[in-house]
Design a protein around this ligand. Structure first.
Ligand SMILES: O=C(O)c1ccc[n+]([C@@H]2O[C@H](COP(=O)([O-])O)[C@@H](O)[C@H]2O)c1
Ligand SMILES: Cc1cc2nc[nH]c2cc1C
Length: 348
């Protein structure tokens, strides 16, 4: 356990926070007028330990896995869409492929446990734990050993990637169910409020999904600790993201969190090591029912964007990327009142 979960120290630094606040206040603008971009500047400065943080080689990592629970009718799409979309990511035709190209983000797809055998190629990391998880309505989605292997694999993959920014993405038909179950169990919330339409269930489908998830929670009533809950509810892509998040936090990388599912990995990681949250930037508020509760459970995070997205893949993280870039450029390049010879605020 100690080897599996690294200790993540708090970033708390009064002198650096004060220096950053002063630097932001001295820029040629009315005090506070860059709004939440100012909070972002502060956060990036604290994570990277600098008044003039620099972001380099941002890594978009899309973790993919399949879910045995899909057999219970919890998604509007078949499991085959998972591998088909992985092919689409690699061919360059998915939303995240387009956005990664647009913004110059390195895109890698990680097969964490897709129920399909891929031909090896550039941009694909095959780190398969198994061909999909077990059906969590019948047994734990994965064994405790598989869960530990997935976390370790996520840590190892992150260590091999360059740069100081991790953008999280995921793909997995059925994974809004795992995320909802993790939220319900770890935040002690009624499951109905944690459960949404995912890829687009209708009213009857949503009612059915809530019933299935209620039964899964009862079946695994003893799984109250974060790692037990992760093994019970899955999936492999979420467990691998937990490892990647812990390693990124340990290395003081900026972690850009996408939607409902990537947030569930951060929730698990933060219940193990709370200071993980200090390294996270929440990109957007997903339209998925439950994401607002998820953000509350992740320390009351306020996301940067609210575009009604519910795609996943890392699409929201990629869209938020230019804001991080802007925040750093402003800290570097924007003149101060003194350097530009602009008069400061008068009393009153
Ligand atoms: O990121 C989100 O907030 C989000 C919300 C709804 C759906 N998704 C994506 O849709 C898939 C899971 O939906 P479902 O209905 O199959 O559980 C998975 O591939 C996710 O990337 C993602
Ligand atoms: C087509 C499709 C694309 C996706 N991307 C992420 N989740 C997805 C689910 C579906 C169904």
């Amino acid at each position: 356990m100690q080897d599996l979960i690294p200790h993540i120290p708090s970033l708390h630094s009064e002198p650096l926070a004060a220096a950053l606040q002063q630097r932001i206040a001295n820029k040629t603008k009315p005090l506070g007028s860059l709004g939440r971009l100012e909070d972002l500047m502060l956060r990036l400065g604290l994570i990277l330990g600098s008044e003039t943080p620099e972001l380099h080689q941002p890594q978009m990592m899309v973790f993919a896995g399949d879910h045995g629970l899909v057999a219970q009718g919890v998604s509007a799409y078949p499991s085959d869409v998972t591998w088909q979309m992985v092919e689409n990511f690699l061919a360059g035709g998915a939303a995240v492929s387009v956005l990664a190209r647009q913004h110059g983000l390195d895109l890698v797809v990680v097969d964490a446990g897709v129920a399909h055998d891929f031909a090896p190629r550039k941009g694909l990391i095959i780190a398969k734990i198994a061909h999909g998880t077990q059906d969590a309505s019948r047994q734990p989605a994965m064994s405790v050993e598989q869960c530990a292997t997935a976390i370790n694999e996520g840590k190892a993959l992150l260590r091999q990637r360059p740069g100081n920014v991790l953008l999280l993405g995921e793909m997995g038909i059925g994974n809004t169910s795992s995320a909802a179950l993790l939220l319900a169990r770890l935040a002690g919330q009624p499951v109905a409020g944690c459960t949404g339409r995912g890829t687009g269930l209708d009213d009857a489908g949503l009612t059915r999904k809530i019933g299935v998830l209620q039964a899964v929670l009862q079946r695994h009533a003893e799984a109250s600790e974060p790692l037990q809950a992760l093994a019970a509810f899955g999936g492999f892509e979420i467990a691998m993201m937990v490892g990647a998040v812990l390693q990124a936090a340990l290395e003081r990388r900026v972690i850009v969190v996408d939607g409902f599912i990537t947030s569930s990995a951060v929730l698990v990681a933060s219940r193990l090591q709370p200071a993980v949250l200090e390294r996270c930037v929440f990109a957007h508020r997903s339209q998925e029912q439950g994401h607002a509760l998820m953000l509350q459970a992740c320390g009351g995070a306020t996301p940067l964007l609210d575009l009604g997205l519910r795609l996943g893949e890392g699409s929201g993280a990629a869209l938020a990327w230019p804001l991080l870039d802007s925040a750093c450029r402003i800290l570097h390049e924007m003149a101060s009142f003194a350097s530009a010879g602009v008069s400061e605020k008068q009393a009153g």
